[in-house]
Design a protein around this ligand. Structure first.
Ligand code: FNR
Length: 387
């Protein structure tokens, strides 16, 4: 029998009989408020902020309100099954943790990447580990337990370095490579600009580079001896404004599933599919990169149609089980959690992430129970009505 994630609420209510009330927040608003209190102002701005006046970031969340799930009664939804098969892997849940480059800094001990990996091991919710991490990918991957992990690549301009990163990810046991396409230049972020704060330029989250043999060979001195020069070299090679002509090269780097992150236009999806990618990742980077765009959820249906059977990962704007159910019904194969798990980490460390994931899963499961959609296959666009 599949795990019944909604049982988390029973656990909490039963705890209440013994006088135990949850220490960790039960609503997103409280989670965000407590995360803000737990973080330095600069880090909070970096994590919570987005591009421009953050209109797209807000719309990513509010656009979900345009859709409603139509309840169906008497469907026998007493047992739910949220498991799925993705890239040949059996996953207990349709959730994953989206790559977040500064998650390492969001833990009190500065090792947030390890806390995320351990939370993945405990919950079965995979981590997509960012290229920008406080601990090298090999160290992170050791914490995954039985849960598969994915490596997110920011493709460096230096092709040899890109190849090295991908091959290290393969050797470390990652089960897929997610190439992020929308961040070869940083979006205009007034919150960070007003404090002139860009963490990587301050030397943070660069361990995948400083531990890389190709990166190290291109430095006059080891990064431990001249960290400023290493950061300068990183800044020079970080960005690769890839074009379609580069896709065959990217494809040739690995036989692992290759997933392209940041696709919204159906024509781009069709071209990616023709180029032999294994998955499409529909996302607008949580509104951090380009302001003035459509809410990501509005682009999902056309992406799913163009993907024509290829798995579609989705993120941007997921704050509760309601958004998860709607994204699944609109055709997402798996749904990425971004800021909420980072806030959970800031508030409660590894346990905080586990709590956030369990809460999201519980609410998703209970919505599927109450609304009468017991499996992921039951969640189709016909389950939704537009307001
Ligand atoms: C991100 N995101 C991101 N994406 C990526 O591919 N590589 C990365 O290193 C990062 N770094 C990063 C840092 C921070 C602080 C945030 C908030 C986000 C984007 C992330 O994967 C995801 O697309 C968004 O977080 C989804 O939006 P919401 O749901 O968090 O609003």
């Amino acid at each position: 029998m599949a795990q019944q994630f909604g049982d988390y609420q029973l656990e909490i209510y039963l705890g209440g009989l013994g006088g135990v009330v949850p220490e960790l927040p039960m609503s997103f608003a409280e989670l965000a408020a407590r995360a803000e209190a737990a973080m330095s102002p600069g880090l909070w701005s970096y994590v919570a902020g987005g591009a421009g006046d953050e209109h797209t970031q807000r719309a990513n969340v509010t656009a979900f309100e345009q859709w409603g799930l139509m309840p169906r009664m008497l469907t026998g939804a007493a047992q739910r099954d949220l498991s799925l098969e993705l890239f040949g892997l059996r996953l207990a849940t349709p959730l994953f943790m989206a790559p977040v480059g500064v998650v390492g800094l969001c833990a009190q001990d500065g090792h947030g990447d390890l806390a995320v990996a351990r939370a993945a091991a405990r919950t079965g919710v995979p981590m997509v580990a960012s290229t920008l991490s406080q601990d090298p990918m090999e160290v992170v991957a050791k914490e995954f337990g039985a849960t598969p992990g994915f490596f997110q690549l920011y493709t460096p301009a230096d092709r040899a370095l890109a190849e090295s990163l991908v091959h290290r990810a393969e050797a470390a046991g990652f089960r897929g490579i997610v190439v992020t396409l929308d961040t070869w230049v940083t979006g205009w972020r007034p919150r960070d600009l007003s404090t002139a704060n860009f963490p990587q330029l301050r030397g943070h989250c660069l361990t995948n580079y400083t531990s890389d043999p190709v990166f190290r060979r291109s430095l006059a001195q080891p990064p431990e001896q001249d960290p400023a020069a290493a950061v300068r070299h990183w800044a020079g090679t970080f960005a690769n404004p890839l074009s379609w002509a580069d896709l065959p090269w990217l494809r040739s780097l690995t036989s692992l599933p290759l997933i392209l992150k940041g696709l919204s236009h159906p024509e781009d999806v069709r071209r990616a599919k023709d180029a032999g990618v294994d998955g499409i990742y529909c996302s607008n980077h949580g509104g951090r990169q380009a302001n003035g765009g459509l809410p990501a959820i509005e682009t999902l249906p056309d992406v799913v149609a163009a993907a024509d059977g290829l798995p579609v990962l989705f993120d941007s704007g997921i704050r509760s089980g309601a958004e998860i159910v709607k994204a699944l019904a609109l055709g997402a194969t798996a749904v990425g959690i971004g800021r909420p798990y980072v806030y959970g980490l800031a508030v409660g460390g590894e346990d905080g992430i586990v709590h956030v994931l369990r809460s999201l899963l519980a609410e998703t499961d209970l919505l599927m129970a109450i609304d009468g959609y017991p499996t992921l296959a039951d969640l189709t666009p016909t389950a939704l009505r537009r307001r």
